[in-house]
Write a protein that binds this ligand. Structure first.
Ligand SMILES: C[S@@+](CC[C@H](N)C(=O)[O-])C[C@H]1O[C@@H](n2cnc3c(N)ncnc32)[C@H](O)[C@@H]1O
Length: 389
């Protein structure tokens, strides 16, 4: 597909009613790539044949997955931004199209166009302004997650500005008010494992819970204490390791929560045994982690495979150029069944497993770091609710 732009307008073309695929639909000028032809060559050939224009420079922009609903066929569309072309485009009579227009983004609403394409043209094509984490090879020196979180804490908090009025389970995840996993927390003693900058703890306090947050990173804990002070909220934030909740007494908690922290914990078996120990019988443990499938694919198109599903351990790097901060992390991405077994081995009964499809962008602070098309292919987050019998 070729993306032709002119003064804030995009060139869209309507396929003739008798020319599949996408007959009768509005598209970007698009050619099926022939054998032994590159996508760029196909676009050049097509632009000349149908639009009487010689394309100059083109730049790869996005891969979209489009379905021609009339035939149930799926197409992989590589979109190229055409940066050099002659201005006078015209439809040739032999063209596959019967109409061509320069439309603004708003004018795309309401025309018969594949929804994925419309969504991308209207919002998705503005690339995330924050670079996504990238896998790295660290060799002999294992990254130290405490050092890494200390190194990026300030930049992470500055960039994401995580709100403290409700629990956030993950990027493009439905909200807690929609999922209702925790129920009424007022009067409960709750522990948050890997509490980061304390936002989830503060949210629970605002709903009437008495909260302890534990985090490996001293800097994250310091940030959380300052935030709680600013918000006038009473919360106990302790530096510590989820694998050993040494300051917490047996059966002293009514609820345990963790949001996107347990991937950083090497011995999840120990962490789960500890959570089990500190919970009162009948209490819930609700946590989210990066979905193990999300971790297998590259952050951007063409979403190539970066690791196998059963390869648990991965080292990666997170850059915050705006604050010259970098962290090298080691994560453990366990399969869905491994999370399940770890919980049952620790004595928990698993009540719910959620793999939510994405909600609209803009609802969680991390959305800008996640490619929207990727979130439509695989869930960002796995959420589990378990109970101590
Ligand atoms: C992505 S944050 C989660 C907090 C919050 N939900 C958020 O998204 O900002 C991950 C947190 O887990 C903490 N963490 C990593 N390993 C840990 C461990 N072994 N024990 C406790 N906390 C840990 C990190 O220090 C970091 O603050």
């Amino acid at each position: 597909m070729g993306l032709f732009e002119n003064r804030g307008r995009l060139l869209v073309v309507r396929k003739k009613d008798d020319v599949p695929p996408f007959a009768g639909k509005w598209l970007l000028p698009a050619a099926l790539v022939a054998e032994e032809e590159s996508a760029e060559e196909a676009l050049e050939r097509h632009s000349f044949r149908d639009l009487d224009v010689q394309t100059g420079a083109v730049e790869f922009s996005e891969t979209l997955y489009l379905e021609d609903e009339a035939h149930g066929q799926r197409y992989v569309a590589n979109v190229f931004s055409v940066t050099g072309y002659e201005r006078d485009l015209r439809l040739r009579a032999a063209s596959d199209y019967d109409d061509a227009r320069w439309l603004t983004s708003d004018e795309l609403t309401g025309i018969a166009m594949p929804e994925v394409l419309r969504e991308w043209l209207q919002s998705g094509r503005h690339k995330p302004d924050q670079p996504a984490p990238v896998p790295i090879v660290t060799g002999a020196t294992a990254p130290d997650n405490r050092t890494a979180w200390n190194a990026i804490s300030r930049a992470y908090q500055d960039r994401y500005q995580i709100p403290s009025d409700s629990i956030l389970w993950g990027p493009r995840c439905p909200s807690e008010s929609e999922l209702q996993l925790l129920g009424d927390v007022s009067g409960l003693r709750a522990i948050v494992i890997g509490c980061g900058g304390g936002q989830d703890c503060i949210a629970l306090v605002k709903q009437g819970a008495q909260v302890i947050g534990i985090d490996l990173s001293d800097k994250q804990i310091e940030y959380g204490r300052r935030l709680a002070d600013r918000e006038g909220v009473q919360v106990t934030l302790l530096q510590g390791n989820a694998e050993h909740l040494k300051e917490i007494e047996d059966e002293s908690q009514d609820l345990a929560v963790s949001a996107h922290a347990l991937n950083y914990v090497e011995r999840a078996d120990r962490a789960f045994a500890e959570v089990f120990r500190v919970l009162r019988p009948g209490s819930s443990f609700v946590f989210s982690v990066a979905h193990p499938f999300d971790a297998c694919l590259e952050g951007g198109p063409p979403f190539g495979v970066v690791k196998g599903y059963w390869e648990t351990q991965q080292d990666w790097q997170w850059e915050f150029p705006e604050r010259s901060a970098t962290g090298k992390f080691r994560s453990w991405y366990r399969s869905v069944s491994a999370w399940f077994s770890l919980l049952t081995d620790a004595g928990f009964a698993v009540e719910r497993i959620l793999e939510p499809p994405p909600v609209e962008a803009g609802e969680s602070p991390w959305d800008g770091s996640y490619n929207k098309e990727k979130t439509k292919l695989v869930p960002t987050t796995l959420i589990v609710k378990a109970k101590k019998p």
